[in-house]
Every structure is written in structure tokens, then in C-alpha cells.
Design a protein around this ligand. Sequence first.
Ligand code: ZN
Length: 95
Amino acid sequence: MDRELKQKCPVCGTQLRGREYFEGSNLLEAYESCPHRHYNYSFSYGYTEIWIGTYRMSMSYKDSNKKRNMDAHLYKMAVINYQEKHKEELVELLL
Ligand SMILES: [Zn+2]
């Protein structure tokens, strides 16, 4: 069953909903999404996929530090771009 998570949507700050599947203490799969569809995250067996609006990123546990740093930067930029493009809609959400 879906549940509310502590993590918040990077775009609008709403609490994310998601599911997690463990095997013992190992996290096998995790899914998180914003109820307003700004953000979607999935982790499955070491592979991560993130959507910020229509912008997609994918990561692997095998990624180099260089790619991780680049991805962190691209992620921030994607969030800022999305917020900028959807300013009016976001203002309404916060009211
Ligand atoms: Zn959101």
C-alpha cells in the first residue's frame, strides 16, 4: 500500500508518496512520487530513475564520482527550470 514519506517533492515541497520493498535489511526497490506529478523516483536493484516533469535522469550504482557530481548538478538545474516554467501553477499550490 502507498504511504506518505518523510521526503518532500523537490519542486513543490509536498510530502511524497511511495513504497519500499526490502529483503532482510536490503532495500531492493523504492518508488516515490509527488501527488502533483512534479517528481517521480524509482530505485530498483541498484538502478535509479528520476523524472522532474518531463526531464528524465538515470543513475546506476556503477556510476563514477564524476557522473554523480554531474548528475547532482543536472538535478538541481532541472528542479530550478521546472519551478521557473511552472511558477504560476506552483504559487496556486502554496496558497
Ligand atoms: Zn510536487
